[in-house]
Write a protein that binds this ligand. Structure first.
Ligand SMILES: Nc1ncnc2c1ncn2[C@@H]1O[C@H](COP(=O)(O)OP(=O)(O)OP(=O)(O)O)[C@@H](O)[C@H]1O
Ligand SMILES: CC(C)(CO)[C@@H](O)C(=O)[O-]
Ligand code: BAL
Length: 283
């Protein structure tokens, strides 16, 4: 496994892969890797001949009062896990290499970046879209794999790639969960034992709401009740909303079909995200 820290080295390594006719799969991450990330690496291996993973905690997608300085980091552990997962190349750029003095271009996305995480974290999707566009250009990957755990992010990336005609195919991979249902997330490490014990309730309440709505219960009433349960249990819920899956527009009242239920809830200073498909019967 090659570990590359400078752009010239990356260009050389990816050019030699392409010269040998191999298709490159790519998994962008912010490190502190867990089983969710490793599932994306396996998916990239299925989709391509060689796999590159980037580890870069992107300052541009964190707001001034967010957890950039507290974001978990474990480079040695990550490299060990990636070796075991059969990754071919790890791209570890520095902040200075990614954003040299004078850098002044960002990607601003409308549509699916509006609302939800876009409202809670102003500038987040601009920073995420900018770094992903740069990473796609730096690696010249054929395929990139993203987790459905960050559903809105996945839709925003698809929008950027379509709108800017970027020559990379985006694949979404289903959310990987702990046995108790909690979606793996690097930030889970920052939950106290009591918060960690409570955290799976978010997924459970979402599943129960989806079952009730699937049986015809009125979504507003079901989601209102679910929010109240989360609040009562000690979460600070931000949203629990049914949306049209690709555009993230509000799901039309009374419509049937496959909606997406999106949720974000604070537990201490950790923001938990989750989402699930919801099949609605229509009225
Ligand atoms: N549980 C999971 N299942 C599937 N994909 C995941 C999971 N967790 C993260 N990913 C995906 O891994 C990629 C890198 O994500 P990132 O490094 O931010 O990890 P994370 O666990 O989402 O961290 P965070 O705590 O910042 O949410 C993203 O495409 C993300 O959606
Ligand atoms: C895609 C990403 C690596 C861009 O920094 C990040 O948003 C993430 O880890 O999901
Ligand atoms: N996992 C999404 C990236 C972020 O929270 O900044």
């Amino acid at each position: 496994m090659q570990v590359i820290r400078d752009l010239a080295g990356l260009r050389e390594a990816t050019a030699s892969l392409r010269a040998s006719g191999r298709r490159l799969g790519f998994v962008p991450t912010m490190g502190a890797l867990h089983r969710g990330h490793l599932a994306l690496v396996e998916e990239a291996r299925r989709q391509a001949d060689a796999v590159a993973v980037s580890i870069f905690v992107n300052p541009l997608q964190f707001g001034p009062n967010e957890d950039l300085s507290r974001y978990p980091r474990d480079e040695a552990g990550d490299l060990e896990k990636l070796r075991g997962a059969g990754c071919d190349l790890v791209w570890l750029p520095s902040v200075e290499a990614m954003y040299p003095p004078g850098a002044a271009t960002v990607i601003v996305v409308g549509g699916p970046s509006e609302g939800f995480e876009g409202s809670a974290r102003p500038g987040h999707f601009r920073g995420m879209s900018t770094v992903c566009t740069k990473l796609f250009n730096q690696t010249r990957a054929d395929v990139a794999v993203f987790g459905e755990k960050d559903w809105q992010q996945l839709q925003v990336v698809r929008r950027v790639v379509a709108d800017l005609d970027l020559p990379v195919r985006i694949i979404g991979h289903e959310t990987v969960r702990e046995e108790d249902g909690l979606a793996f997330s690097s930030r889970n490490q920052r939950l106290s034992p009591a918060q960690r014990a409570l955290a799976p309730m978010l997924a459970r309440v979402m599943r129960e709401a989806i079952t009730a709505m699937g049986r015809g219960a009125e979504p507003d009433a079901v989601l209102g009740q679910a929010l109240a349960e989360l609040l009562q249990a000690g979460f600070a819920p931000d949203y629990l909303a049914l949306v049209e899956p690709a555009t993230l527009r509000p799901w039309p009242s009374g419509a049937g079909g496959e909606a997406r239920l999106l949720a974000a809830a604070g537990l201490g200073d950790v923001r938990l995200l989750d989402n699930m498909a919801a099949i609605l019967p229509g009225r």
